[in-house]
Write a protein that binds this ligand. Structure first.
Ligand code: ATP
Ligand code: FE2
Length: 338
């Protein structure tokens, strides 16, 4: 049974894309539960409505499991947090509905949390960083961000598809197979180890922003022309990871921050970790990567950000709890960060 330091907990609901997750944390940042249920499409990419149906189906079970793991009762909760955006409409709405219902039933406040802010906050909590340059790379996001004058600012981002999506689509086009629960990015990573030749692919950094769709198309075309799969996986990784690493390095050099935080599903990639660690060291900055359960979409990050917001006076009345599909990181005030 986890130790409890104060009698009050925040429950966070994450449902922006293919994961439905519930986390329960104390106001001091102890994570008592972080239960994640991933929707696996039978084939192809995620269909928002089908993912949302999955979320509705598993919501009760995931909530029950989270309460059991945390060893607390519903009435012990002080606040409910939910990911309000950005994300897929039907998925976000399902999580928001569960959150509203719980908060109204229990008569406690609701806090709408920005998903990208939550990735950064859980990263800071779990790696003991204070003011990092964050590289957040997942299936839906590619963002280099850092705090400046009251907000997290986006220093660079993708202009089209996300890095993880680029790896996933390449893997699907190549007909690669996954083991149950294994992400396509991990399959590409394994194959890349067998790469012997760096094949030139479009490297697209424009200012501080990146583009991955030309790279993806070129890699798929070369595969169809008979280039070796392992060489392409290797070259795809080297090219795409160099792009995000270059932008991260420039943000680091511009901001002169002393910490680099790597998060999102793609953060699990050892080659990416190595590249980002190298630039961090060159700038005398501490390199931190999150363990997978906190790097992927998870309820604990929403719960923890809910605590930070709530203890700094942020609450979301039900009539303002509509989901925000395109809610950008720099729109969010973060009064808890100094
Ligand atoms: P978000 O809603 O934040 O965009 P998401 O729904 O894409 O998140 P995540 O679990 O954060 O979910 O990220 C999944 C992505 O991470 C997928 O594109 C997957 O292929 C990629 N990924 C997972 N493991 C690895 C790995 N070892 N190497 C590269 N990519 C990986
Ligand atoms: Fe995410």
């Amino acid at each position: 049974m986890p130790t409890r330091t104060i009698d009050g907990y925040c429950l966070g609901i994450e449902s922006t894309a293919d994961d439905f997750s519930v986390g329960i944390v104390t106001f001091k940042g102890e994570i008592l539960a972080n239960v994640i249920s991933a929707y696996m499409p039978p084939e192809g990419g995620i269909h928002p409505r089908e993912a949302a149906r999955h979320h509705a189906e598993v919501a009760n079970k995931v909530l029950e499991e989270a309460f059991q793991k945390a060893g607390i009762k519903r009435k012990d909760l002080k606040v409910i947090a939910f990911s309000q955006g950005p994300g897929l409409g039907p998925c976000l709405r399902t999580g928001a509905t569960v959150a509203r219902a719980l908060a109204s039933y229990l008569g406690i406040p609701l806090v709408g949390v920005n998903h990208c802010v939550a990735h950064i906050e859980i990263g800071k909590l779990k790696t003991n960083t204070v003011d990092p340059v964050t590289l957040y790379v997942s299936g839906g996001n590619t963002i280099v961000a850092a705090f400046d004058s009251g907000r997290y600012r986006v220093f660079g981002e993708t202009l089209d598809i996300a890095l993880g999506n680029c790896l996933d689509v390449f893997a699907r086009e190549a007909g690669l197979r996954q083991k149950p629960g294994e992400p396509f990015g991990a399959v590409v990573e394994k194959l890349a180890k067998g790469g012997r030749r760096l094949i030139p692919l479009p490297y697209a950094v424009k200012g501080m922003d990146m583009s991955f769709s030309g790279l993806l198309t070129a890699a798929v075309n070369l595969l169809k022309k008979g280039e070796r799969l392992e060489d392409l996986c290797y070259s795809l990784q080297e090219t795409a990871f160099s792009m995000v690493t270059e932008v991260t390095e420039r943000a680091l050099s511009h901001t002169e921050k002393k910490e680099v935080l790597l998060t999102g599903g793609v953060a699990a990639n050892k080659r990416l970790q190595e590249m980002v660690k190298t630039i961090a060291e060159e700038h005398d900055a501490k390199f931190c990567v999150l363990p997978s359960q906190f790097a992927i979409d998870n309820g604990a990050m929403i719960a923890w950000t809910g605590v930070l917001a709530f203890t700094h006076g942020v609450v979301t009345p039900i009539h303002e709890s509509f989901v925000r599909l395109r809610w950008r990181l720099e729109e969010v005030e973060v009064p808890w960060v100094k």
